[in-house]
Design a protein around this ligand. Structure first.
Ligand code: ADP
Ligand code: MG
Ligand code: ZN
Length: 485
């Protein structure tokens, strides 16, 4: 069988850190990435004898909101379970998770493709994170590791997809959409560099047309979407080659080595019974109170896909612009605030989108400033849009005023006045510049007369320089052509 005759099958398990102030079962601060080791620990999250877990209400609400946003069913009653294993990063000797009765099942999300496709979500359950082991400390090879329990007990949800993705590109899109939804709802920051979102990829291949799945490998240690994609592509080739040579894929857990671009066996795949799961005796069953569920449901924000569709239909902007403007919930809010102030109309919507993507986002990115802290406000953008729509500013003038607003936070209309940046459309003034430009560009004039239309660019350019970008290009073009008649 060649790779073309084989079909790739992918299921993803994604862990997301819930955006809570404290840990899942104690009041230690959560999310202490970068903090001094073992600063945020207590007897509960280090598993001291005689301690009892107390479930974090905010973690439950965020978990339920995630499930609702992903169209999942909420189970009326779900059960916490102990997953037992020994590892030095797990002080209790077990992890509190959910097993047979997770809080949520049967959801889906939609990827754009093409073709657009619904990817099923098998289940979502809540669990606590383990601590972190630090190996290879410093330059010398040490024969010991250090344990940091700050992360132990951090609230997570694990989102398990159906094995319904068929290419690494689909897996990439699934993760992109998932992350966007979780961020919109405020469930998680999903910062992969801080380990707030982690992904394991289950990969198998089968001959096209075969119903039954092939044996899967589970790839761990994927800390970017790029790595997920590369690891899946690598596994696909590995499985195909193995099968072509008459070998067999074994079910195992593998690690992705991003430096070498290969996966390596880590351990044979553990089975559920290895963990001796049993219901957590220290926690009561978790009920999904109808009143709480309906409150959370009505508090869900508009989700990114719906928001994009609405922006396209109500403001007539392109799918592309709508995608950029809904890059985050804060940006989407900013954009709509701009439009509220600049009145409706497709032209204003387009101008505002252009200003935001070409000027504002570029500047925010370059300065490392978040949209929430932007010195240029939506009212400033609305005013710039009006100045451009009413023909007061050339496109160069807009850039200049924008830069000044960024520095001074002053009102754009006032700045235009103060800096004398208003567009010049007055024919008398422009004619003088046009005449000078014609005599300074004899070659362009000859070319233009000979029918080389593009030669006009040099002449317009000279006028622009003389006017410091303020000349109205439409009038300048017309004047040049009239003079040469
Ligand atoms: P675990 O990995 O903990 O044993 P599951 O058996 O529930 O958990 O499967 C985990 C993930 O593996 C799910 O996302 C599922 O879609 C995916 N999966 C299961 N079988 C296959 C397969 N043959 N090929 C690819 N993915 C698979
Ligand atoms: Mg797994
Ligand atoms: Zn604690």
């Amino acid at each position: 069988m060649t790779a073309n005759e084989m079909e790739l099958v992918i299921g993803l398990e994604v862990h997301c850190q819930l955006n809570t102030a404290s840990k899942l079962f104690c009041s230690c601060p959560s999310g202490s990435f970068g903090a001094r080791a073992n600063l945020n620990v207590c007897p509960v999250c280090t598993g001291q004898p005689g301690t009892l877990p107390v479930l974090n209400r905010q973690a439950v609400e965020l978990s339920f909101s995630a499930a609702l946003a992903l169209g999942c069913k909420l189970r009326d009653v779900s059960i916490f379970a102990r997953k037992n294993y020994f590892y030095p990063d797990l002080p209790k000797g077990y992890q509190i998770s959910q097993y047979e009765e997770p809080f949520s099942t049967a959801g889906a999300l939609e990827i754009a493709g093409p073709p657009a496709k619904r990817i099923g979500i098998h289940r979502i359950h809540m669990e606590e994170d383990a601590g972190k082991l630090v190996h290879d400390i410093g330059a010398e090879e040490l024969d010991y590791s250090l344990a940091d329990y700050n992360r132990a007990g951090t609230p997570l949800i694990e989102i398990v997809s159906e094995p319904e993705m068929r290419s690494s590109e689909e897996a990439f899109q699934y993760l992109t959409v998932l992350k966007e939804i979780l961020q919109y709802v405020g469930v998680s920051h999903c910062d992969m560099e801080k380990g707030e979102m982690r992904c394991d990829a289950n990969v198998s291949v089968r001959p096209r047309g075969q119903q039954e799945f092939g044996t899967r490998a589970e790839i761990k240690n994927l800390n970017s979407f790029r790595n997920v994609k590369d690891a899946i592509d690598y596994e696909f080739r590995r499985h195909c080659e193995l099968i072509k040579e008459g070998g067999k894929v074994v079910q195992e857990t593998r690690l992705w080595d991003a430096n070498r671009g290969v996966t390596e066996p880590m351990r044979s795949k553990e089975e559920a019974h290895d963990y001796r799961y049993f219901p957590e005796p220290d926690l009561v069953p978790l009920e999904a109170e109808p009143a709480m569920v309906s409150r959370l449901k009505s508090a869900l924000p508009e989700l990114p896909a719906a928001m994009r569709a609405r922006l396209v239909s109500s403001y007539k902007i392109s799918e592309y612009d709508a995608g950029v403007m809904t890059g985050s919930r804060a940006l989407a809010r900013y954009y709509e605030d701009c439009l509220k102030d600049s009145g409706d109309g497709a032209e204003a919507a387009k101008l505002a989108a252009n200003l935001i993507s070409n000027e504002l986002l570029a500047k925010l990115h370059a300065e490392g400033v978040g949209i929430e802290k932007s010195p240029v406000s939506p009212a400033h953008i609305a005013s710039l849009v009006a100045l451009s729509k009413n023909g007061v500013l050339t496109s160069k003038g807009i850039k200049e005023v924008f830069a000044k607003v960024w520095e001074t936070r002053e009102d754009p209309a006032g700045l235009v006045e103060k800096l004398g940046l208003a567009k010049v459309s007055d024919e008398g003034e422009l004619t003088k510049w046009v005449e000078e430009a014609l005599s300074e560009n004899p070659k362009a004039v000859t070319d233009l007369r000979a029918g080389k239309e593009r030669a006009i660019g040099a002449i317009v350019g000279t006028v622009m320089k003389k006017s410091r970008g303020k000349a109205d290009p439409a009038v300048v073009n017309r004047l040049i052509l009239e003079k040469l008649k």
